[in-house]
Design a protein around this ligand. Sequence first.
Ligand code: 6PG
Length: 232
Amino acid sequence: MKTKPHVIRTKNFAADAADFILKQAHKAIGERNAFRIAFSGGNTPRPVYARLAAPGHDLQWDLLRITFGDERCVPPDDPDSNFRMARETLLAPAAVPEKSILRMRGEIDPQIAAQEYEDQLDLTARQHGEPIYRHDLILLGLGDDGHTASLFPGTAALEETTRRVVANFVPKLNAWRLTFTFPLINQARHILFLVGVAKNPGLIERVLEGDQQLPAARVNPSAGEVTWMIGD
Ligand code: 6PG
């Protein structure tokens, strides 16, 4: 059964998104003394991450466990790297400790990088008696073709039903990507889609109506909630 998403339209996108994340962080830390958050890539999250890095946000960075929902297969200093974007906007300015960050190694063989990342998540899950690693919050974006993370229409990773992290070849980009799969994404307690003001309203409506041709519409956490934060 699909959980009905909560839709927030806001003219204060970065501030409201940052506040949402902070609230989720405080809740998770209060309940489990940790906050497992997966960062999304692309451009939309930039002002949100910058806002979180601003002084005055009393986030206990050492209790955060930051993962990445997807990564381009490039080195961490590459302009296309999602890690680099997060480091520039938040990780470095907020001096987030290394131990709180689990980076996808885009610079090595994609299959090895995906397996390595999945093994690291699986190890933590096992240590906590979880069948699959359960994020407190996964941030997701929405591509113009309805992709989310690096789950692009027509690509193999869409059909993955057991692996948690895979290497996914994306023909339209002629490039490999590392990405969470639906089994991992749908294990989350909360999903937050971050969608900027420029995104096609018709596309958003199609996803919200559940058009399964669009990968973003297949995000459906079995025991979690979905919120859409849409810039107005
Ligand atoms: C990536 C992202 C991807 C992104 C969408 C939206 O690696 O590109 O994870 O899923 O969220 O493509 O990108 P924008 O925010 O730049 O529109």
